[in-house]
Design a protein around this ligand. Structure first.
Ligand SMILES: [Zn+2]
Length: 243
């Protein structure tokens, strides 16, 4: 095997928020092995998988799982879709998707053209920022709160809590807050003690920062006409199209 020269097919694109150039290689059996690691959930293996495929981000070439987790979640997702398009083309085929209608449950195949995916833009005034944030005055407590995008580290924490059955909306509010009452030094308890109306405003503000590819797609069952949505990012056909 030694004399087989490994040829790398690379592709490059700019990250959506951070705008840095990222270069990735096509996945291979070794990359797929990471995704298929036993007893691992997708959110645990995807950053490692992406790190394995990434050759550079901006000037950095020493890429590991932490470099990927340092990215905003939206940029990680952006990279996954760009990587798929570069190496597998713009057509995503979802096979044997079970219909969620209890009376049907038949499986069907679905095709999505990734070139037609909606790209959600940030509000105009935030588009040039490498770290877009929105600062609002919370209506009940009257204190100022600065809301930003989640990084991979933060999302990993939230998803592992959720996987352990401990979903806590206070925790997601805490993670997205950059500053509270003019300081970066605040605690989870400070967020928990905010009035409900303030939490509502924090969540509304987070929604204004949703951007990048809209990876939630509509599906329709060809047998019973049931309509539902899925996020294809975690689907096996997206992550392992040749696997
Ligand atoms: Zn059906």
């Amino acid at each position: 095997m030694e004399d087989i020269q490994k040829q790398e097919f690379t592709s490059s694109f700019d990250l959506f928020v951070r705008k840095e150039r990222m270069t990735v290689v096509a996945g291979d059996g070794a990359a797929n092995k990471i995704l298929l690691s036993n007893n691992r959930r997708m959110f645990e293996v995807v950053p490692r998988y992406l790190a394995f495929l990434t050759r550079s981000i901006g000037d950095r070439t020493d890429i590991d799982e932490n470099t990927i987790l340092d990215l905003f979640v939206v940029d990680q997702e952006w990279a996954l879709v760009k990587n798929y398009k570069a190496h597998y083309g713009n057509i995503l085929e979802l096979e044997d998707v079970p219909c969620p209608n209890k009376d049907c449950r038949k499986t069907s195949d679905h095709i999505k053209n990734l070139d037609e995916l909606e790209v959600i833009q940030l509000p105009e005034e935030l588009r040039d920022s490498e770290d877009p944030t929105i600062t609002v005055r919370l209506p009940r407590s009257g204190i100022m709160a600065t809301v930003g995008l989640l990084t991979g580290h933060q999302e990993k924490l939230l998803l592992s809590q959720r996987a352990a059955g401990k979903f806590d909306p206070n925790q997601s509010d805490f993670q997205c807050l950059r500053e509270l009452n003019g300081t970066k030094e605040f605690f989870y308890e400070d967020v928990v003690s905010l009035p409900l109306l303030d939490h509502k405003v924090i969540r509304k503000t987070r929604k204004k920062l949703i951007c990048g590819y809209n990876t939630v797609i509509d599906l329709e069952c060809p047998y019973c006409g049931h309509l539902w949505v899925i996020n294809f990012l975690s689907s096996r056909d997206f992550l392992l199209p040749a696997g």
